[in-house]
Design a protein. Structure first.
Length: 142
C-alpha cells in the first residue's frame, strides 16, 4: 500500500481537514473507502451549496466530482500533476439541503499523458443523482 492510500485510509470516517485544496476542505468530505485508483467520500449538502430552489447546485455537484477525482489521482502517487482538461457531468436527480451524497470515483484508464476518470454520485437512498467523466492531463510540478 502506498503512503497516500495509507494516509487516506487513516482518515476514513472523519471529515477531511488536511488537503492542499482549500475548496476541498470547504466541501467537508468524509472518506468512506480508499484504494489505489478509487475513492468514496460523503458530503452533506449545506445551504451555501444550494440553488434558489433549495437543491444542490449543479456547479457544486461538478465541484464534488472534480475534487474526489483529484483525490483519486493522488492515490496513484505520480510525480506530475494531472488537472482536468474537461469534465462532463450528467445531472439526473435533485438533492435537497441536509441530505448526504456519496461520490465514488475510479480511474478508467491511466495513459502516459492522460488519465480518464469517472465519478458517480448517489443520494442517501443509493440512487444515482449525477455522473461525471473527466480527462486529466499531465503537467510538471514546477
Amino acid at each position: 500500500m502506498n503512503k497516500t492510500v495509507e494516509f487516506f485510509r487513516n482518515q476514513i470516517g472523519k471529515e477531511i481537514t488536511q488537503t492542499p485544496s482549500p475548496v476541498g476542505m470547504w466541501l467537508k468530505p468524509v472518506l468512506r473507502e480508499v484504494s489505489e485508483g478509487s475513492v468514496t467520500a460523503s458530503i452533506t449538502v449545506r445551504e451555501e451549496m444550494t440553488n434558489p430552489a433549495g437543491m444542490l447546485h449543479g456547479g457544486i455537484i461538478t465541484l464534488i466530482a472534480d475534487e474526489i477525482i483529484g483525490a483519486t489521482i493522488a492515490t496513484l502517487e505520480l510525480p506530475d500533476f494531472f488537472p482536468s482538461v474537461n469534465l462532463y457531468t450528467d445531472f439526473l436527480y435533485p438533492v435537497k439541503k441536509g441530505e448526504t451524497v456519496t461520490a465514488r470515483t475510479i480511474i478508467i484508464r491511466k495513459g502516459k499523458n492522460i488519465i480518464n476518470t469517472e465519478c458517480k454520485i448517489y443520494n442517501s437512498e443509493n440512487k444515482l443523482i449525477a455522473k461525471a467523466n473527466s480527462n486529466n492531463i499531465k503537467v510538471s510540478k514546477a
